[in-house]
Design a protein around this ligand. Structure first.
Ligand code: NDP
Length: 290
C-alpha cells in the first residue's frame, strides 16, 4: 500500500525519533526546524528538508508538530498562516488543556484541523507499538490518519475536546514528577546514611510495584465518596509522615518535599478528618478550586 507522506516540524529528541520511525516504515517525510542543522542526520536517512516553514506545511496534508509548547507553534506557524487551509495539524507538543483548546481554535480559524496528542513515552519509545499517545479532536479526522499515527506509537483516542488529550497527559505527568521526586528524596536520604542508589533500588522498586493495588483499592472507595477509617486512619498517616520528615531532617537532607506532605496531612487533621482514611485528603484538594 502507498504510505502517506508526512511533514514533521520540530526536531528535538522527540521529533527526530518520529522522523526515524516514519522513514523506517517507508513514509516520505518532509521536515523543518528552526535550527536547520538538527535535520542533518535525518536528511542523510532520506528525509527532505523544506526551505521554509511555508514549504514544509504546503508539502503535505498531514503535519506533525513536536515543539516545546504551544507558544512555539504560534511563532513557527505564523509565517505559514496562508498555507494552513486544508491541513491536519497533529500537535504532539505538550501544554495545558486551556492552551491546547485555544491553539485548536487558532488552527481552525486558519482553515485547518487540529488534533491534540499527548505522548506518554520518551524518545526511545517512539516507533514502539506498545507505547501510547492520547489523542483528542475531530474523530473522523483522527480515524483517517490513525494508521500513519500508529507508526509513532499506539493510539488512545479519547474524544472531541482538544483539551482532553492534554489533560490526560498532564494528569500522568503530575504523578510522574511527584513520584520521581519521592525517589530522589529516597536516594538523598540513603546517601546521607552511606547507601547508594543501587543499594536502595530493589526496595524502591518493590515500593513502587505495590502502588497499583493501592490505586485501584482507593479509586472505588473515592468514587463512592467513602473515606472511612476502617483500613487506615489519617491520624496514623500524620504520625507516619512526621517520622519520614524527621528521619530526613535528622539526616541533614532537604526537607521541602516531606514537609509539604506533612503540611497536607496537617490540614486534613485540622479539617476534622483524623478518624477518616487519608484518602479524605482528596476532598481537601478538590475544595482548593478557586
Ligand atoms: P525540545 O524542547 O527539546 O524540542 C522542541 C523543538 O521545539 C525543537 O525543534 C526547537 O527548535 C523547537 N522550538 C522551541 N521553541 C521554539 C520557538 N520559539 N521557535 C521555533 N522553534 C522552537 O523537546 P522534545 O523534542 O524533547 O519534546 C517535544 C515535545 O514533546 C515537548 O512538548 C515535550 O514536552 C513533549 N514530550 C517530550 C518527551 C521527552 O522525553 N523528551 C516525552 C513526552 C513528551 P530548535 O531545535 O531550533 O531549538
Amino acid at each position: 500500500s502507498i504510505k502517506q507522506s508526512v511533514t514533521v516540524i520540530g526536531l528535538g529528541p522527540m521529533g527526530q525519533a518520529m522522523v526515524h520511525a516514519l522513514l523506517r516504515q517507508g513514509h516520505h517525510v518532509t521536515v523543518w526546524n528552526r535550527t536547520a542543522s538538527r535535520a542533518d542526520a535525518l536528511v542523510a536517512r532520506g528525509a527532505v528538508l523544506a526551505k521554509s516553514v511555508e514549504d514544509a506545511v504546503a508539502a503535505n496534508e498531514l503535519v506533525v508538530l513536536s515543539l516545546t509548547d504551544y507558544d512555539a507553534m504560534y511563532t513557527v506557524l505564523e509565517p505559514a498562516s496562508h498555507v494552513l487551509t486544508g491541513r491536519v495539524l497533529v500537535n504532539l507538543s505538550s501544554d495545558t488543556p486551556e492552551k491546547t483548546r485555544s491553539g485548536a481554535r487558532w488552527v481552525s480559524e486558519r482553515g485547518a484541523v487540529h488534533l491534540t496528542g499527548g505522548v506518554t513515552v520518551p524518545p526511545s519509545g517512539i516507533g514502539q507499538p506498545e507505547s501510547s499517545t492520547f489523542y483528542s479532536g475531530p474523530r473522523e479526522v483522527f480515524e483517517a490518519h490513525r494508521s500513519t499515527l500508529e507508526v509513532l506509537t499506539g493510539t488512545d483516542y479519547r474524544g472531541e475536546d482538544p483539551g482532553l488529550a492534554a489533560l490526560l497527559y498532564q494528569i500522568g505527568m503530575g504523578m510522574f514528577w511527584t513520584s520521581m521526586l519521592s525517589y530522589w528524596q529516597a536516594i538523598a536520604l540513603a546517601d546521607a546514611n552511606g547507601l547508594t542508589a543501587a543499594d536502595v533500588l530493589p526496595h524502591a522498586t518493590e515500593t513502587m510495584t505495590g502502588m497499583p493495588g493501592f490505586l485501584s483499592f482507593y479509586a472505588e472507595r473515592i468514587d463512592a465518596g467513602e473515606h472511612s477509617g476502617d483500613v487506615d486512619r489519617l491520624a496514623m498517616g500524620m504520625a507516619s509522615v512526621e517520622h519520614v520528615l524527621h528521619t530526613n531532617a535528622d539526616a541533614g537532607v532537604d526537607t521541602a518535599l516531606p514537609a509539604a506532605v506533612a503540611a497536607l496531612f496537617r490540614r486534613g487533621m485540622d479539617a476534622g478528618h483524623a478518624a477518616d482514611s487519608f484518602s479524605s485528603l482528596v476532598e481537601l484538594m478538590k475544595a482548593a478550586k478557586p
